[in-house]
Design a protein around this ligand. Sequence first.
Ligand code: NAP
Length: 289
Amino acid sequence: MLVTGASGFLGWNICREAGKKWDLHGTVFSNPAEVPGVNIVRTDLTDLKAFKKVFNDIRPDAVIHTAAATSPNYCQEHPDDTKKINVDAAVNLAGLCADRKIPFVFTSTDLVFDGLNAPYNEEAPACPVNIYGEQKVMAEEGVLKRYPLAAVCRMPLMFGEPATAASGFFLAMIKALKDGDELHLFVDEFRTPVSGQTAAQGLLIALDKASGLLHLGGKERISRFNFGILMMDVLNVSEARLVRCVQKEMKMSAPRPPDLSLDSSRAFALGYDPLPLIEQLKECLEDRI
Ligand SMILES: NC(=O)c1ccc[n+]([C@@H]2O[C@H](COP(=O)([O-])OP(=O)(O)OC[C@H]3O[C@@H](n4cnc5c(N)ncnc54)[C@H](OP(=O)(O)O)[C@@H]3O)[C@@H](O)[C@H]2O)c1
């Protein structure tokens, strides 16, 4: 299997999970990633000619595509540049998989919605409020047009250890909670989060069983603030200083939808079965408690 974005949060988690069943090849771009048992290839997915060579050398039997420009604020400020990886590369890769008739999973996002009519199932019309969401909608449509058998998985907020030790909101939250630093968290922003490991399990189910749109949210809707409380409980830190804040207090380039809770019943019926959030958090934090 080829996993693009093996140096990223989700790609790294997929490699760890899929290694039990597959021989793995993973692509990286600017960051090194070492995943035991994975053949790592450095490539720029926006360079189609170079990537085609990589693809034809590997001759994968399946592909999960996670590589993307994932910061909504960065996409808002660099729409043309980020379209190359977020839209064009995804559609091109769908085409390569269609030509070889191999399973292809594309990772999209809950940010294809505006956050005003949650929970969202797969029938809900896409209505993005920022450039990143618009790019993902374009990619979803382009992928499914080029390869109708592809699975387009909309991912929720994900948490857990990142591939590179220096990155990720989760590590920043752990540090602030443990150090007793003020942690400002939205009380009016809701998501249906899952751990990276749970998300990876969902994507492997999608690879086997799904085509078309599939939501891979968790079973619990929670605000960022209450997620912080849950982390505090699991880490057992009494010195933590959570501060309630609301979205409009924070100025950001990309607008933030308030409630992106996903209805993932379709995936649950296929066997995707996220554990209660507190159990997933305990698994992620067991080395830090
Ligand atoms: N994390 C979340 O909470 C979340 C929520 C919803 C949806 N998603 C979606 O899930 C997927 C994975 O997200 P993530 O959080 O794992 O992202 P991430 O940690 O930011 O990783 C992005 C990956 O893309 C690679 N990449 C970027 N530009 C590239 C290029 N031009 N050529 C080749 N590779 C390139 C990066 O490589 P280098 O690091 O080596 O440069 C990295 O491996 C994305 O499709 C994202 O939209 C994520």
